[in-house]
Structure formats: C-alpha cells, structure tokens
Design a protein around this ligand. Structure first.
Ligand code: NAD
Length: 252
C-alpha cells in the first residue's frame, strides 16, 4: 500500500503536466489534486483525459487536448493555462513514446520524430513556463528521463538518446535559471507498473526477473513516482536543482 505524501506548500500552486491522462501522468494529476494544487494537464488521448476528469473535482482543474510535437500548440497551452489558473509554478515534462525499433531500421524521419516527442517538447514547454516563473522569482521544472539514459536499452537508441539529452537539458537550464529561483530536476524511473506496462511487453516471468534484480524486490508504482514528483515540486526540496534522481527500487 502506498502512502500519499502531504506537501502543504503545494496548496494553491499551479502544476502543469504534459501527458497527464494515463500512467504516471494520471497518478501525478490525482496526487497533486489531493494537495489542493491547481492542476493543468494536456494529452493527445482525449478519451483517457475525459475519463480522468470525470473522477476529479472540477474546481481548479484545466485540460486541453494537445499533441506536444506541435510546439506552437504546446506553448499556447501553457499561456492559456496560466491565464485561466493565474500562473504556472511547476512544470512536469512527462510525455514520452518508448517505441522499440532495431537501430539498423531507423530512418532520418524516425529519428527526428523520436526527438520531437521525447526531447524537444520539454525544452519548448520549459521556455514558456520559465518566463512565468521568472516573474514570480520561483518555480520548479521536472523532466521525465529514465534509467535507460544510464543503462541503455536494446532497440531504443532514439529514446535512450532523448532521455540522456533530458538529463543534460536539466543541468543546463538549472544553471541558466537558478539565479531566478527556478529549480530544474529530472526523474529517472526504472520499470514502473502502469496499466500500459503491465498489459504490454512485460510478462509475469519478466516481472519476477526484474524484481529479483532490485534491492527492494517489489515493483515501483505510478504513485511512488508521483510522490517523488511532488517532493521535487514542493518547497521541501528548495535546495535541490540540476539533479537526476533514480526511482527504481534499487537496480543499483
Ligand atoms: P505512458 O505512455 O503510459 O503515458 C504517456 C502519456 O502521454 C499518455 O497519456 C499519452 O496519451 C500521452 N501522450 C503520448 N504522446 C503524446 C503526444 N504526442 N502529445 C501529448 N500527449 C501524448 O507513459 P508512462 O509509462 O506513464 O511514463 C511517463 C514518463 O515516465 C515518460 O516520460 C516515460 O519515458 C518515463 N518512464 C516510464 C517508465 C515506466 O516503466 N512506465 C520507465 C522509465 C521512464
């Protein structure tokens, strides 16, 4: 059973999450809502988003269907959420697509598309969010990388490259904007037991093998990851910036 952390400093803050309709994103939307934060999220999957919205209190909730590879629509959604909710105090760059493809088959178009979804949106969303955060003299940006950025992963060269790039971007932006009170950190999940992951390529035997390689011998839940995101968003982590933090149950 997961315990939901309580961070009073998040009450009333505006949290903007990309890809909030399912998986870890949905767990974050639900968890930040329980902190009395104002939550804005975008997603390409309108059905999943509507299903989530129907189960949440409607006050202080903002949603729009956006494809993050459309940089203009992405940046405009931040501007509109800021106008609707009053600010953007925390940005969570969560969207990814971890499609597998043998490296020898990757075309120039495949490579560009991979970076367009897994790397570029985090920069262009951050650009807009940081302009609001600079005005406030404070803010927190959380980029979703992966332990694959460090360990590698077969048939995922583009994804692994993008996830490693996010760690570099995290450090670069932390240096550029630290003096304005803006913190930028990355979360590096290991395998997380989202509905999609449980239903896809991980068989039960593979799950057991994976757990055996972990110090804690149990799967990481989306709520475990949401707890880390809330900590990095909250004032309690006010001296942490430029870091990539693994949450993998101790793959070590
Ligand atoms: P997911 O694929 O289950 O959910 C991603 C969300 O993004 C979905 O709601 C999807 O509809 C949305 N989305 C996809 N493409 C989009 C687009 N073009 N525009 C807007 N929205 C779009 O992801 P997840 O497993 O919950 O992972 C969340 C983050 O954590 C990702 O960055 C992922 O790389 C990282 N991560 C996850 C795991 C894991 O095991 N789940 C492991 C390591 C890293």
């Amino acid at each position: 059973m997961n315990t939901l952390a309580q961070y009073h400093s998040l009450s009333g803050k505006v949290i903007f999450i990309t890809g909030g309709a399912s998986g870890i994103g949905r767990a974050m939307v639900e968890s930040f809502t329980k902190q009395n934060a104002k939550v804005a999220f975008i997603d390409i999957d309108d059905d999943a988003a509507q299903a989530l919205i129907n189960n949440l209190p409607q006050a202080n909730l903002w949603y729009r269907q956006v494809d993050v590879t459309d940089s203009h629509a992405l940046q405009q959604s931040l501007v509109d959420a800021c106008a609707a909710l009053g600010s953007v105090n925390v940005l969570v760059n969560n969207v990814a697509n971890d499609r597998r493809q043998p490296s020898e088959d990757v075309t120039v178009q495949d490579w560009d598309q991979c970076l367009q979804i897994n790397l570029n949106p985090a920069f262009f969303a951050s650009q807009v969010a940081m302009s609001f955060m600079q005005r406030e003299g404070a803010g927190s940006i959380i980029n979703f990388s992966s332990i694959n950025a460090i360990m590698g992963q077969p048939q995922m060269a583009g994804y692994v490259t993008a996830k490693a790039g996010l760690i570099g971007m995290t450090k670069a932006l932390a240096r550029d904007y630290g003096e304005f009170g803006i913190r930028v950190n990355a979360i590096l999940p290991g395998w997380v037991a989202t509905d999609r992951q449980l239903a896809s390529w991980f068989t039960e035997a593979e799950q057991v093998k994976w757990m055996e390689a972990m110090a804690l011998k149990k799967l990481v839940s989306p709520e475990d990851v949401a707890n880390l995101a809330m900590f990095l968003a909250a004032d309690e982590s006010s001296m942490i910036t430029g870091q990539g933090i693994k949450i993998d149950g101790g793959r070590l």
